[in-house]
Design a protein around this ligand. Structure first.
Ligand code: ZN
Length: 304
């Protein structure tokens, strides 16, 4: 479930990304540097990045990544990945068809992804569990990732539907809601992320791996029936959408992607998403995408 909460610009974009190719922006997206305190800059400034800064991973294009030809391969122990558990114990996100909170699904899946990545050598993988109410938690997530600084920010969620699609049923004697109309994963990026091109590259890799695991993506977000929940489909083969205003995607200063792993309001898919087998499948896809990303990043930008 996505939280379309927007906040005012805090003006804390790092100058590290000033050389980055920026997506087209309207004037309202221009960030003033007047409000940046020296303390904030000093604390938030990432470690020096190898030159050249201007070479973006996406410059190769998602289909042009011939990784076997790219040497040297990455050192997974140095890539810092933040796995953001969507929502909090206080603000649990969507409620499944069987009345389980989305936060529970998100945490279980993120923990499995963490195990998988660490087993693959990505020792600096960090599970980010945030406390408190929704809006404040979003800014805390962003600040935590920016302060590390992380190379990849991946937010883990499970999908639901707008309330108007909900139908009634009873589960274990309790009045409950479901919608079996939609299913599937989806991958979101923000075109307002300061490193949108790298975000898109990772999103493309992740969505491709989800598809390679035999999963189908959720088609409804490109359909008018979704109303204000409709989003531009950036890759119709694999299911990458843009969701520009999401705080955790636009305020993070690294490649940032949100994965809706599957629908928990769909009664069949909820059962799948609750199974360890499905968590293994998705974790394998994420690990494969991170590995490919790391190799490509290493080949272009050099060691971290
Ligand atoms: Zn969610």
């Amino acid at each position: 479930m996505l939280l379309p909460i927007e906040v005012g610009h805090a003006g804390w974009l790092s100058d590290v990304f000033k050389k980055s190719a920026k997506p087209a922006k309207s004037p309202k997206h221009v960030v003033s540097s007047k409000r940046v305190s020296s303390k904030r800059v000093a604390r938030a400034k990432p470690a020096p990045t190898p030159k050249p800064h201007t070479v973006k991973l996406a410059a190769l294009g998602p289909v042009a990544l011939n990784l076997s030809a790219l040497k040297p391969t990455c050192d997974p122990a140095k890539l810092r990945i933040v796995l953001d558990v969507g929502h909090t114990a206080e603000s649990e996100g969507a409620i499944s068809a069987r009345n389980v909170a989305e936060f529970v699904f998100n945490r279980r899946l993120a923990q499995r992804i963490e195990e998988k990545l660490k087993a693959e050598g990505f020792a600096r993988t960090t599970l980010l569990v945030t406390e408190g109410r929704a809006r404040r938690s979003l800014l805390r997530r962003v600040a935590a990732a920016n302060d590390m600084p992380a190379s990849i920010f991946l937010s883990i969620h499970h999908d639901s539907v707008p309330n108007s699609f909900l139908e009634n049923w009873e589960f274990e004697g309790k009045k409950s809601h479901f919608s079996d109309r939609f299913s599937g994963y989806s991958v979101f990026v923000s075109r307002d992320n300061p490193d949108f091109q790298t975000s898109l590259s990772f999103a493309e890799l992740l969505a491709k791996e989800m598809k390679a695991q035999g999963l189908d993506y959720a088609r409804q977000y490109s359909q008018p029936i979704m109303g204000r929940h409709q989003h531009p489909l950036l890759n119709k083969e694999t299911g990458v959408y843009s969701y520009d205003e999401l705080v955790v995607l636009r305020k993070t200063r690294m490649a940032a992607v949100l994965l809706e792993a599957g629908s928990i309001i769909n009664r069949d898919e909820e059962l799948k998403m609750a199974s360890p087998e499905q968590r293994d499948i998705i974790s394998s896809g994420v690990a494969a995408a991170v590995k490919t990303f790391c190799d490509a990043r290493w080949a272009i930008l050099g060691p971290l």
